[in-house]
Design a protein around this ligand. Structure first.
Ligand SMILES: *Cc1c(COP(=O)(O)O)cnc(C)c1O
Length: 454
């Protein structure tokens, strides 16, 4: 009954990728009519053949999305996907390994372990040092960091909780850090007031002097600082915090140092860019998303923890209905990470690493960084002012009298390119363009520059 659907799927994938450049980046469907249309078409009473669904749903996705894999999408950290990673995604769905316990999916667990061990080496850790696992994304990795830090810093927290221990733990991060820590603090019962935003300096990096004042004041007020976050590639601006100085504060004040390199971590793949993240090896834990700048589909975050014991304290569990552990050599992911049943997230990352090789991956990332430099040069040459300082390919820019939201709305209406605007905390609202696709070229950047002209 499903004769030919795999060929039809392959044909659709090829057609989509081959015609993407000619398509608009912005949705052409009327998003507000969509709900009514779907209710009319799919009542779930009349069965719809798979072949027809493949065509219809494919059509909806082709016309009803911001096409983030388009070479003229200069938007948020959403990459074009390497074909081999789509194969990895499909294989993971086809075999559907259960990744909760090693004994259920040894091949899948070991493929992931292989990929993570190599990336751990790039962070500067010994392969096998600490624990690493794939996550649903950076938000889950940051929650994991917070839990590991709590478990490590406050013995008894995992059993007694904060209230019994009389704790008021606080987290320190730059004003430009990612807001997943706000959600993380809520879910851990800390409350959002526990997230202490540290002012930034003129280059928008976390200001160590301001951090020191806050730590001293908070300790004097009876709070319990336990976690310091170094953002290595801020979401809005790509700015890299001074992690070396922050390690010093973490040591002096007994804090867990977490490096949030969700997007920027991929600079480690390039020998030419790696030095910008120097000091990341001194972090106690690292967030790095493959789905931000490794050209891998959504849902592939990574969490690296240097102290295996902390991850065990945070996540250890045993349940009679689960298969027994297999001994010292291997860990059951559900006992050292947040998820329970888990899909084979890391296969697509493994496939890309194996196909490109680390040298090839480095070149891919460097090509995008170079295109970011080209964009910066061209903006300066055409009268724009740059508003951020980073070696990574995200550019914030503005000029006198700019109506950034108005310009962005017009560019979206035209549909040929895509950028965003950003209200810089404590600064102007600027335009923000990020090189997110390994397909993007100088001609695509020129198309963006042309779209900026009133
Ligand atoms: C994107 C991002 C996150 C959140 O990651 P998700 O994969 O979207 O959950 C966290 N930190 C930084 C710095 C990010 O850029």
């Amino acid at each position: 009954m499903h004769d030919g659907i795999w060929q039809a799927f392959a044909a659709q994938a090829e057609r989509f990728q081959a015609t993407l450049r000619e398509r608009p980046v912005q949705p052409t469907l009327d998003p507000y009519a969509l709900r009514t249309e779907l209710a009319r078409r799919y009542d779930f009473r009349e069965p719809v053949p798979a072949e027809r669904l493949l065509e219809e749903v494919g059509g909806l996705l082709a016309e009803g999305l911001v096409q983030v894999t388009h070479p003229r999408y200069f938007g948020l950290f959403n990459p074009s996907v390497l074909p081999v990673t789509v194969l990895g995604e499909a294989l993971a769905a086809l075999y559907n390994p259960q990744m909760a316990v090693w004994s259920h999916a040894p091949a899948a667990c070991e493929l992931e372990h292989r990929a993570l061990a190599a990336l751990q080496g790039l962070i500067g850790w010994d392969p096998g040092e600490g624990l690493a696992n794939f996550t649903s994304g950076g938000a889950e990795s940051n929650v994991s960091a917070l839990q590991c830090a709590l478990a490590w810093r406050f013995p008894g927290w995992d059993r007694e909780g904060l209230t019994a221990l009389g704790l008021r733990p606080t987290v320190y991060l730059s004003r430009d850090a990612h807001h997943s820590f706000v959600k993380a603090a809520r879910s851990a019962g800390l409350g959002t007031a526990a997230v202490r935003e540290v002012p930034v300096d003129a280059a928008r990096k976390l200001d160590p002097a301001a951090l020191e004042r806050m730590l001293d004041q908070d300790r004097a007020a009876g709070l319990h600082p336990f976690l310091l976050v170094a953002t290595l590639g801020a979401t809005g601006t790509g700015v890299i915090d001074p992690i070396g100085a922050l390690r010093g504060f973490a040591d002096r004040y007994g804090l867990w140092l977490h490096a949030d390199a969700a997007w920027g971590g991929s600079a480690l793949l390039s020998p030419a860019l790696r030095h910008h993240l120097a000091g990341i090896e001194s972090a106690d834990s690292v967030t790095w998303d493959a789905h931000k700048w490794m050209s891998v589909p959504m849902g592939s975050g990574m969490f690296f923890c240097r102290h295996a014991e902390a991850a065990r304290l945070a996540f250890a569990i045993s349940a009679a209905y689960m298969p027994p552990p297999q001994g010292e050599e291997v860990v059951d992911p559900y006992t050292t990470s947040a998820q329970w049943s888990r899909r084979h997230i890391g296969l697509k990352v493994f496939m890309a690493m194996a196909e490109l090789g680390l040298d090839g991956y480095g070149r891919l990332v460097e090509g995008q960084a170079r295109l970011g430099d080209y964009l910066r040069r061209r903006l300066l040459a055409t009268g724009w002012t740059l508003a951020n300082e980073t070696p990574l390919p995200v550019v914030c820019f503005h000029r006198e009298g700019l109506d950034a939201p108005g310009l962005v709305a017009r560019i979206h209406r035209e549909g040929a390119t895509w950028i965003s605007s950003l209200a810089l905390p404590g600064g102007p609202t600027v335009l923000r363009a990020c090189i997110t696709s390994y397909h993007s070229t100088e001609a695509d950047v020129e198309a963006l520059l042309a779209a900026l002209v009133p």
